[in-house]
Each structure stands twice: as structure tokens, then as C-alpha cells.
Design a protein around this ligand. Structure first.
Ligand SMILES: [Zn+2]
Length: 284
């Protein structure tokens, strides 16, 4: 399972991909920037698989919501950033507030676990996203994702004040915020065990980007180098990027410029076919 945490500028956000992201959503460039190994010993990076027959008794102590999670959204609870769900109501991914110190602590302590258990005469895998003491609290609430009752989630309901969130609407301010604590799944083909067990933890630094024009953004640290290139040469660079799909030299659009070990890295799209293209400009 892939979990990201972005730190640096602005709010520190995490994203839990319950479904494996496509190359477009999270690509090799993002993967190459991972800093987790600077903070956690690689031998500690794993998702333990354990069996726990007693878990059902903890689940039975929690409240089970009558509605599905999808149906209760903005009725029984709000979310921090909204839920990414498929059409049926199965959650694909969760965006959450996650500061990098907490993320490092969670990874180090192997809080992300897959627990095999039996509940309501059915075999489930419980995937936890917090310390067990916070996941299996009797005050937490279990929601079914669909009426199939083959997948559930455990949420902790917190008041917006406690999370420092302020709504203008009085009713909104009273509605609790659901914090995602665990997935309880018997739906192997949506949540395959093989994917859930792969520890892919990414700690990534936010870079500040500056808008140059409609087509071009540049990392602040790279701006000086980019601007030092004569205007004509810059235009020439943007108009002469090789596209592996067109097998031709094309113009790069939606281009982002980053600092790179060798100089500058341009990433964007081919103006003809829309394929991803990239180009390194070496420092002279
Ligand atoms: Zn192309």
C-alpha cells in the first residue's frame, strides 16, 4: 500500500492510496524524491501481517452506523478533505492532515498493519492507520461502505474545534469530522492483500513553484538559473524537446522546471500527442 506525506511549505498532507495509483497519479519522478530512508532504518519499513481472533470483540464494542459511509457524508459527519470513492462507494484513497513527524513515527512503529480476523462469521482483513489504542476505541464508529456489508471502515469522530477547523455555517460547525482509522475488508479484488502488504511509504518535500506564464512554472530555487539563460535560447529549449511517442522534436507544454543534480529538469507534455516528455539542461 502506498502512503505519501508532503512536508515543507504549507500544510503537511498525507494520502493513503487504498487502490494502487496509476503512473499518471504517482510516477517515477515522485518515487525518486522519497526521503523516508533518511529518517527510518530501511529494515523497519514493513507492513506486518498478523492474525488476531480477539479483534471481533473490540469491533463489537463500537457503534455501527446505520447508513453507508457514502450516504452519511455531510449528514452524520464531514471529512477533512473529502473522500475519493468509486461509484459504488468503495473508498479508493484518503487525503488527510499528516505532519511529517507523525508519519515518521507511524512508519517506525509499524502502525500500518494487516490483521487477519473473523467477524460476524466472515473472514476479514483489518488494515490499521493509527496505533491500536486509537483504532480500537469503543467510542469509534464503524461504517459499512456499501449494503453488501463486505467492507467497513473505522472512523474516529472529532469535533471541528478540536481539529482547529472553523466553518461559517453553525450546523457544519456542530457536525463531527471523521478521521479514518482502519479498513475492514473481505473484498479481495478491490483491496488485494498483495498490494496492501507492500510497504510503499513516501516522505516528500514540497517545493515552492513560481508561475512564469500560462504554460510554465518553475521551482523557486531553479528560477535564477533559468532566467540566466538568454530568452532566445530558452524559447529554443522549450520548442525542441524529444517526444518518445511522436518520435520527433516537439514543443513542451504545461512545463514545470526543477533543479536537478546536473542542471535543470523540464517536465511537461508534448504539444502534439499529450504524452509526458522531459528534458535535462546541463549546467555549463
Ligand atoms: Zn508527442
Amino acid at each position: 500500500m502506498l502512503i505519501t506525506c508532503y512536508y515543507g511549505n504549507g500544510p503537511e498532507l498525507g494520502y493513503i492510496y487504498l487502490k494502487e495509483p496509476t503512473e499518471d497519479e504517482f510516477d517515477d519522478f515522485d518515487r525518486g524524491k522519497n526521503e523516508i530512508a533518511n529518517f527510518v532504518n530501511p529494515t523497519q519499513i514493513k507492513i506486518p501481517y498478523v492474525s488476531d481472533a480477539k479483534l471481533a470483540s473490540y469491533l463489537d464494542r463500537m457503534t455501527i452506523a446505520a447508513n453507508t459511509f457514502k450516504a452519511d457524508h455531510e449528514i452524520g459527519y464531514n471529512t477533512e478533505y473529502g473522500n475519493d470513492m468509486d461509484e459504488e462507494g468503495y473508498i479508493i484513497g484518503i487525503e488527510l492532515t499528516l505532519d511529517h513527524e507523525r508519519f515518521i513515527d507511524l512508519v517506525k512503529n509499524q502502525v500500518f498493519k494487516v490483521i487477519k480476523t473473523e467477524w460476524r462469521n466472515k473472514k476479514f482483513h483489518v488494515v490499521t492507520f493509527d496505533h491500536a489504542g486509537n483504532v480500537f476505541k469503543p467510542e469509534n464508529v464503524i461504517y459499512k461502505l456499501t449494503n453488501e456489508e463486505d467492507t467497513f471502515i473505522i472512523v474516529q469522530l472529532k469535533s471541528p474545534e478540536n481539529l482547529g477547523m472553523h466553518y461559517l455555517d453553525e450546523n457544519e460547525q456542530k457536525r463531527p469530522v471523521a478521521l479514518f482509522k482502519a479498513l475492514i475488508s473481505a473484498r479481495e479484488h478491490i483491496y488485494p492483500l498483495e498490494y496492501l502488504m507492500q510497504p510503499q511509504f513516501y516522505l516528500l518535500k514540497n517545493t515552492s513553484l513560481q508561475f512564469i506564464d500560462n504554460n510554465l512554472i518553475c521551482e523557486v530555487d531553479a528560477l535564477r538559473f533559468w532566467n540566466a539563460i538568454p530568452k532566445e535560447k530558452r524559447d529554443h529549449i522549450l520548442n525542441n524537446v524529444f517526444c518518445g511517442n511522436c518520435l520527433d522534436v516537439v514543443r513542451i507544454v504545461d512545463c514545470s522546471i526543477y533543479n536537478d543534480a546536473n542542471g535543470l529538469l523540464l517536465r511537461g507534455k508534448c504539444n502534439k500527442c499529450g504524452n509526458s516528455v522531459a528534458q535535462v539542461i546541463e549546467r555549463e
